[in-house]
Write a protein of this length. Sequence first.
Length: 413
Amino acid sequence: MSTSPDTAAAPASPSAPAADKGGGEPQKLPLFALLALATAVFITSLTETLPAGLLPAMSKDLHVSESATGQTVTIYAIGTALTAIPLTAATARWRRKRLLLTAMAGFAVANTVTAVSSVYGLTMVARFVAGVAAGLAWALLAGYARRMSPVPLQGKAIAIAMAGIPVALSLGVPAGTFLGTELGWRVAFFAMTGLTVLLLLWIAAIVPDYPGQEAGEKPRMLRALKVPGVTPVLFVTLVFVLAHTILYAYIATYLDDLGLGGRTDVILLVFGAASLASIWIVGAQIHHRLRSLTVASTLLVAVAAALLAVLSDSTALVYVAAALWGLGWGGVPTLLQTAVADAGGEQADSAQAMLVTLWNVAMAAGGIIGGILLDSIGSESFPWTVLLLLLPVLVVVVVARAHGFPAKRPDAG
């Protein structure tokens, strides 16, 4: 990605929408282009988590255990974590639309191979390729949304683009699982390919193009770590996502241990609906309240974990906890990507690539740590672990008031 135009607000850019000074046309978001980005986010998120609902059928066809099939989720996260930074640097001079189309074409190929493969090794390679494509897309999408939007509306633009995450988790995974159960798991992956092909046409027709990095510039990814504020945001990303994943990856097992296994879909629907509300709130308020929203998100997830830790014998409070969890978590991707872009300045794209890498490291680690906790202590340890991890997250957000999570964003009026 480009070092500044994709993520940093640059009024001098001739491609960026001009700010309304007061007598001109009201500022508007390029909604259809942003919805295309949201669909791309939806595809990346759903591609990652879809196997979780299809493990029994996939393991039977691939002739491996369900635990081995479950590693198709892990290898996806590893592919993203290993390649996001080097590929972002290697493609820094590519035009943005070309890069986005290439990344999404990678998903079409990977999901098609997954759908037709009967060989476990080939399936794992396809899933790794999908993770590589995700690394490119995730490092690109938030910056793309910022770049095509007026400065005062950039937070809302990222919120719209990131809405694909809770939609994938709350609606996409259940729908994909239903489709796979009724028609076969391969049909679910073929459907993902079809959706991606339609998205490629949508991007080609609607999404604007922007140049990449200028030829004379050399991307140096780790330089971003020296920029004040970047390290705190990356730390919060790593630990917050780790805490969330430990519980979310094993939520079906946790609910089953509570005697609520038959209500998992409804509880996740409550979580997803609250997540959508969170994205709307964050998008409307982030321009002036990024710091307070981040603190509120951390506290909401912590309260949800506390309810699950001490009052999980009440079914009603489990639903309340799911709602609070979704309300706290839904806007987190928007908050963290906006925070790292603001803090990164000229190194914003490098910081974004590191955020994508750490995000997926945390997801992979969450699955592994959650499995260890489940085997050694039991699922009741999950909410306590979330609480323990969120304590340093809250401390860092509160302390990083000058850089990272400032009381006033650099471009806020």
